[in-house]
Design a protein around this ligand. Structure first.
Ligand code: HEM
Length: 310
């Protein structure tokens, strides 16, 4: 039987990514929690596994891999791609379908852009293509595709998370209904379980954060989920609490790639969906909260929420 050992502690995003893939592929493994914060990555036995003392390191039957990208590639080659079906034929078919969908979307955008160039309006696509100095067309297309995905996935995860938070905290549920605290319920929901938990970035200049040197050119993950649980900012960050003092959060990211749909999401959920849902089903309940499974590393939310509408 294959002996698989993962070296690295769960506080590391890269270790968690590899653990998600191992779990998803049902690969059993032992984990040795080498903790970077305790300096254990610089111990001689770990430096032997990885000369720069990084985690994770994956050992499979004595063959060692010391880089998360290499590990993911190795696992994909050995066990099939993370999100793709097994087998070359099935994967080829999936690629064909996704490329076909992409081509069809691109053709649709091209037709719409022709129209918007002649007759501008206030839509996102029209504003982007008619800008004085437009961003490259490939980025405009990518933005519209993200808006379509972002318009569906993140609000869905946020809605279920908020409902879970409210329905498992009856006092907050009652207060939200009584005083219409949907804005607070929304902000606290996306802070509590950020629908997009992490993003990757290339480091543009040598940087030091809390004594840790991060060289220019490195790829890092900015973990929104972690920033939203910063103990210096939030008391008991692991708890859903719509009454906590208003504090900015990072659930919509930051900087040039700050979510373009923030205000749409707020309006959609806090001003429309939550009030309408509670108006129609004020006695909605969650009879078996322990059955709700939150899932996902990059994107996170409950897999399902079996409520009774009453
Ligand atoms: C609760 C709902 C939502 C959450 C929590 C959310 C979160 C985020 C986050 C964290 C990013 C930044 C990713 C990064 O920096 O790598 C992002 C980007 C983006 N989001 Fe959202 N989003 C939500 C809803 C939406 C909606 C409804 C739309 C559009 C209708 C949308 C459109 C976009 C777009 C276009 C970007 C890319 C911006 C850029 O790269 O310049 N999002 N979102």
């Amino acid at each position: 039987m294959t002996e698989t050992t993962l070296f690295g502690f769960n506080g590391s995003t890269f270790v968690r990514t590899v653990r998600c893939v191992l779990a998803r592929k049902s690969i059993s493994y032992n984990q040795v929690p080498v903790n970077v914060l305790e300096g254990e990555t610089q111990e001689p036995d770990h430096l032997e596994r990885h000369p720069f003392g990084k985690v994770p390191v994956l050992d499979v039957d004595g063959e060692s891999f010391g880089d998360s990208v290499a590990i993911m590639q190795f696992l994909a080659d050995k066990h099939g791609r993370f999100t793709a079906p097994a087998g070359t034929v099935a994967r080829g078919k999936q690629d064909a379908v996704t490329n076909f969908i992409n081509d069809e979307m691109d053709a649709l955008f091209a037709r719409a852009i022709e129209r918007h160039l002649k007759d501008p309006n206030a839509s996102a696509l029209s504003v982007m293509v008619n800008a004085e100095t437009p961003i490259p067309m490939s980025q405009i297309y990518a933005n519209i595709k993200i808006a379509i995905g972002g318009g569906i996935n993140e609000p869905r995860d946020a809605l279920l998370t908020i409902l879970y938070g409210l329905l498992t905290n009856p006092d907050q549920n009652e207060a939200a209904k009584r005083d219409g605290l949907w804005g607070q319920a929304f902000e606290e929901g996306v802070r509590w379980v950020a629908p997009i938990q992490a993003s990757s970035r290339r480091v543009m200049e040598d940087t030091e954060i809390r004594g840790h040197f991060i060289p220019k050119g490195d790829i890092v993950m900015t973990v929104q989920a972690s920033a939203c649980h910063d103990e210096d900012l939030y008391e008991d960050p692991h708890l859903y609490n719509i009454f906590r003092p208003k504090t900015p959060h990072q659930a919509f990211g930051n900087g040039p790639h700050f979510c373009q749909g923030t205000h749409i999401a707020r309006r959609m959920l806090a001003d429309i969906m939550l009030p309408m849902l509670y108006d129609r089903f004020p006695d909605m309940a969650l009879p078996e909260p322990e059955k709700v499974q939150f899932w996902g590393f990059g994107f996170r939310g409950p897999l399902s929420l079996p409520v009774t509408l009453n």
